[in-house]
Ligand binder design. Structure first.
Ligand SMILES: Cc1cc2nc3c(=O)[nH]c(=O)nc-3n(C[C@H](O)[C@H](O)[C@H](O)COP(=O)(O)O)c2cc1C
Length: 223
């Protein structure tokens, strides 16, 4: 069995290995098994109320990547070179209303909650949406987007642990990317909106600079 210390070192090494990779080696493809593993860590990520408000669209079609490039400045090096390129969609407000089809499906079909438990959660969730999210479409969607970033982080860390590079991407024009995905029939109706992107692959070269971070003392306060 691996000792605690070496397990910790192994995980920290993966965090140190991960960097925002700008360009990938186009000769190296991530295996189906490894990519499935990365997606699985996204699927198993936690979400508020267990609603899993995400969809991972894996864009392998070169022509579609080309279409996204002019409106995705932050992904110009990654779009043409990534082994796998993912646009993470977040469920929009309509599907997160307390009486929506999705919320009901999650409670009943996925989490198998008994009817009386669903009723309790319904009341609690309704009050959460009304008070914390001000029953506001934009706030509900932003809350949904926030949760996709947990899956994003988990997928990148999991990738790093098996020696796969990645880059999180927010540098794109949301309206234009949404329009492209609607045109392609990837986003239909108002179910989902674009949250963020993430590219995976194997680095072309090592990063120019070593990882730079603030000291732990600057970001942690003990009381
Ligand atoms: C939410 C988010 C969005 C980001 N968007 C981009 C992007 O559009 N393009 C890019 O090359 N890097 C992007 N980055 C990478 C950051 O610039 C990078 O993580 C940061 O500078 C720290 O560097 P490191 O990840 O290499 O340690 C993004 C990072 C995060 C977390």
């Amino acid at each position: 069995m691996i000792g605690t210390e070496s397990k910790q070192q192994e995980i920290i090494k993966a965090y140190q290995f991960r960097h925002a990779c700008k360009a990938f080696d186009t000769n190296k493809k991530i295996s189906d098994e490894d990519f499935h593993f990365i997606l699985e860590t996204g699927r198993l990520s936690p979400s508020s109320f267990g609603f899993e408000p995400w969809k991972f669209v894996v864009i392998q079609n070169e022509a579609l990547r080309e279409k996204l490039k002019p409106v995705s400045g932050g992904a110009k090096g990654q779009l043409p070179t990534a082994s796998h390129f993912v646009v993470i969609l977040a469920r929009r407000e309509e599907g997160l209303r307390p009486d929506s089809v999705h919320v009901n499906k999650m409670w009943k079909d996925i989490h198998h909650m008994p009817e009386e438990v669903v009723q309790d959660w319904y009341d609690f969730y309704k009050s959460f949406v009304e008070t914390e999210l001000e029953d506001n479409d934009r706030l509900i969607f932003e809350w949904s987007i926030r949760q996709t970033y947990i899956a994003l982080g988990n997928m990148m860390t999991a990738a790093a642990q098996i020696g796969i590079d990645s880059c999180p991407i927010e540098g794109f024009d949301k309206k234009q990317v949404t329009a492209i995905l609607q045109n392609e029939g990837i986003i239909n109706g108002d179910d989902f909106g674009v949250a963020c992107m993430v590219a995976f692959g194997y680095r072309q070269k090592d990063p120019k600079r070593p990882q730079t971070r603030q000291h732990l003392d600057e970001i942690v306060e003990w009381r």
